[in-house]
Design a protein around this ligand. Structure first.
Ligand code: ZN
Length: 184
């Protein structure tokens, strides 16, 4: 699932940059930042890092119920955290907002990825990501590591990234025409 998250984060970084009309260097940095928080230790999956697991072991957060906020796909995977940051965005200095937007794009891409590819697990955890802070999971429940994820990683996301890149550098029109022709 790691490289799928990474690719999806790149796509999210490119997407937010195109939407906002950022300069090429901002776009490049946005892709780097978004992919950095889309997968791995700086992503919502930081709840799988050894230090998090160690702290979780000695923290009685389970007493809060539903397996505790520190469980995997718990609080770090809750949509409410990025939602709060979206609310804070207007309070940030205008010239630094794009950095936060890039990080939010990457972080949220991870949540979307887990919403689609995330099976039901032990301790009563449902598929996907939590609707409530760390419980009430909802999601499509596809197998992370299954065929659909492999196809998304190997074909869908690379194709989307190519299309985004071509569109961004202004030579995407022939590709867009081709795709539109397919659906006509
Ligand atoms: Zn995750």
């Amino acid at each position: 699932m790691g490289s799928t998250h990474f690719l999806f984060g790149m796509s999210a970084g490119l997407g937010v940059a195109a939407w906002q009309g950022w300069s090429p260097w901002q776009t490049g940095l946005s892709v780097v930042l978004a992919s950095a928080v889309a997968g791995g230790r700086f992503s919502p999956d930081l709840d799988q890092s050894w230090i998090w697991r160690k702290v979780d072991k000695v923290t009685p957060d389970e007493s809060l119920g539903h397996g505790g906020p520190m469980r995997h796909r718990g609080l770090t995977h809750w949509w409410g955290l990025p939602a709060v940051l979206v609310g804070v965005l207007p309070l940030l200095p205008e010239e630094s907002r794009w950095l936060m937007m890039s990080l939010l794009a990457g972080w949220c891409s991870h949540l979307v990825g887990d919403f689609v590819f995330g099976k039901r697990a032990g301790r009563g955890r449902g598929p996907g990501i939590p609707l409530a802070p760390w419980w009430g999971h909802v999601g499509v429940g596809l197998d992370a590591g299954g065929t659909a994820e492999a196809a998304t990683r190997s074909f869908v996301l690379p194709a989307v990234l190519c299309w985004q890149f071509l569109t961004l550098v202004g030579i995407g029109d022939p590709v867009n025409d081709l795709v539109l022709d397919l659906f006509r």
